[in-house]
Design a protein around this ligand. Structure first.
Ligand code: UDP
Length: 352
């Protein structure tokens, strides 16, 4: 009798305790990878590990580490130098905070990436997936946006860190001939894992639309403010491409597959990860009401500074090259977000 020992391929997920990172960890574990999470817990809780464990039956290795710390980062990567790839989510992401503290954002988001790239070169880890964002397109002249749509000057330091991040990777590819990279430009991730064991956990008052809606539905927030009713759209409110976070997580597995099997056409590829459909803020509110039976108290207020009128993806390239497409409807995004919020809050209705 012969015994087959299957060694799982190791993937490092920086920022793996966060919203998108934790959903991606689940999808990777379920696809047979061994996951190591690096996170400084600046915007995440350690209990996320319990959620991942409970869904997958596997507790990922966790390294509490701030990637800005050079020596410690080298030591942790050395420990995991058998990894075949890194998915780099770790970053600060609050647009408003980035305007108030630009230095913090550049230092944190750029230096972390530089350190990750240095470790990948030193320990010969070949495959990188980078979390980019549709913010790189700014207010596009033409919709939907393709990967060829020109990027615009970023309207926040946060957005600038995503643009610069893409450029840093591009430059590094000239210096490190072993490196292969894919940047995924995310549109608006919402929703939660259907187990409701992991989901979005904003600290304090949410900035983003969906957690504000779910908290309003539960009475934690009194009323949703709809930012801008005078946009040139069908109902005057702004349009975004909302994508279920599990669909987004699966795009990372597809991208990793492409890198690991060496099937990419260029050593650096960029993909839009969206559904290709744009919805207004009012459409999202009404979809939520239909999906959950909960009515949402809202009022129209002035536009939020820095918001664009409309952006949604042409995701054909990802559909074709990554053999990936978004599957979940806006209703499922809303109902899963609400189920998660209810599970997380229990019966408690006070603001945190
Ligand atoms: N939005 C809103 N009220 C809120 C939060 C967001 O009307 O409390 C709008 C926002 O102006 C934008 C859309 O919802 O048009 C999505 O905003 P979010 O902050 O979720 O994502 P963004 O597209 O800004 O990254």
């Amino acid at each position: 009798m012969s015994y087959l020992c299957i060694v799982k391929q190791k993937i490092i997920i920086t920022g793996g305790m966060g919203y998108i990172g934790s959903h991606t960890a689940v999808e990777l574990i379920e696809s047979g990878f061994a996951v190591v999470i690096i996170d400084n817990l600046s915007n995440a809780r350690e209990e996320v590990l319990d959620g991942i464990h409970s869904i997958t039956g596997v507790r990922p290795v966790f390294e509490k580490l701030d990637l800005v710390e050079h020596e410690k980062t080298l030591a942790v990567f050395e420990k995991h130098k058998d990894a075949i790839g890194v998915i780099h989510f770790a970053a600060l992401k609050a647009v408003g905070e980035s305007v108030a503290k630009p230095g913090l954002y550049f230092k944190n988001n750029i230096l972390s990436l530089v350190h990750v790239l240095e470790c990948m070169e030193r320990f010969q880890i070949p495959n990188l997936i980078f979390s980019s964002s549709c913010t790189v397109y700014g207010e596009p002249d033409k919709l939907p946006v393709t990967e060829e749509t020109p990027t615009k000057k970023a309207n926040s330091p946060y957005g600038a860190t995503k643009q610069i991040g893409e450029e840093v990777i591009q430059a590094e590819l000239h210096a490190n001939s072993q490196l292969k990279a894919i940047s995924l430009r995310y549109f608006n991730p919402v929703g939660a894992h259907n187990s409701a064991k992991i989901g979005e956990l904003p600290l304090g008052v949410p900035n983003n639309l969906m957690p504000y809606i779910t908290q309003t539905a539960l009475g934690i927030r009194e009323e949703l403010s709809v930012f801008g009713a005078d946009y040139n759209t069908k109902d005057g409110t702004a349009i975004r491409d909302y994508i279920h976070v599990v669909d987004l997580a699966k795009a990372h597995v597809s991208a990793l597959d492409r890198l690991a099997h060496d099937t990419q056409e260029k050593n650096y590829e960029i993909y839009n990860i969206g559904t290709g459909k744009g919805y207004t803020v009012l459409e999202v509110i009404h979809a939520f009401e239909r999906a959950t039976g909960q009515s949402i108290q809202y009022k129209m207020v002035t536009r939020r500074a820095g918001d664009v009128e409309a952006v949604y993806a042409n995701a054909n390239l990802a559909n074709e090259k990554l053999a990936w497409s978004a599957q979940e409807s806006l209703e499922t995004m809303c109902s899963s977000a609400y189920t998660w919020e209810k599970m997380y809050r229990g019966t408690e209705k006070s603001a945190t």
